[in-house]
Design a protein around this ligand. Sequence first.
Ligand SMILES: Cc1cc2nc3c(=O)[nH]c(=O)nc-3n(C[C@H](O)[C@H](O)[C@H](O)COP(=O)(O)O)c2cc1C
Length: 199
Amino acid sequence: MTDTSTPTLLIVIASVREGRFGAEFGSWVADRARRHNGFHVEVVDLADIELPLALPASSPKIAGSDYPRPAGMAPLTRALERADAILLVTPEYNHSYPASLKAAIDWHFTQWAARPVAFASYGGAAGGRHAALHLENVLVELHAVPLRDSVALVNYFTAWSDGAPTDPGTEVAITATLDRLAWWAPALRNAREAAPYPG
Ligand SMILES: Cc1cc2nc3c(=O)[nH]c(=O)nc-3n(C[C@H](O)[C@H](O)[C@H](O)COP(=O)(O)O)c2cc1C
C-alpha cells in the first residue's frame, strides 16, 4: 500500500568547530525546508551528539541492530532511522568534509540505505563542493542515494548578511534541492516498505 504521509527530512549540521558558521547556515536551511511544506523537518546538530572516533570491533554493517553505540549517539541514530530524506549541511575542511561527519557516517550503516541525500555546503572559492563530492563517493558505499542537486555557498564570508545568503541563486538552489528530495523521499520510502532493501 502506498504511504502518503508527509516524509521526514533530517537536516544534519556537520561542523562542531568552536565559532562555527555551520549552525547559522543550518538554521537558514531548516527554515527554508519548513517553508517548503513538503516535509516534517528534524534537525540534528552533531555538536550535541556523542561521536567517539574509536569504533567497536565489529562493523555496523555486520552487527546490525546489535551495534554497541554510546547512549549520547541515540538521538542521531533514531533520527537517521526515522528519516525519509537527509540534507547534510557541511563545511569544507582541507578539500573534504569534517571528521565529525565521517564519524557520524561510520557509526551507522543500514540507517543510510535507500535514502536520498543532498548537501548544503559552504566554504571559500569552491563553496564546499570538494566536501560534497567526497560525500557522494562515500555515501554510495552505504547504499544511500546522493542527489545531483545541492546548495553550495561560495565565499560564504562575503555571501552572507543578516542570517541569509545575499545571492538570490542560493534560494533557487535550495528550492530545487528540496523539490528533488521531496520527489525521492516518498518514492524510496514506498520501495523500502514494499520490500526490504537487499543491502
Ligand atoms: C581545518 C580547516 C580546513 C579548511 N579547509 C578549507 C578548504 O579546503 N576549502 C575551503 O573552502 N575552506 C576551508 N576552510 C575554511 C572553512 O570553509 C571555514 O573556516 C568555515 O567557516 C568552516 O565552517 P564552520 O565554521 O561551520 O566550521 C577550512 C577551515 C578549517 C578549520
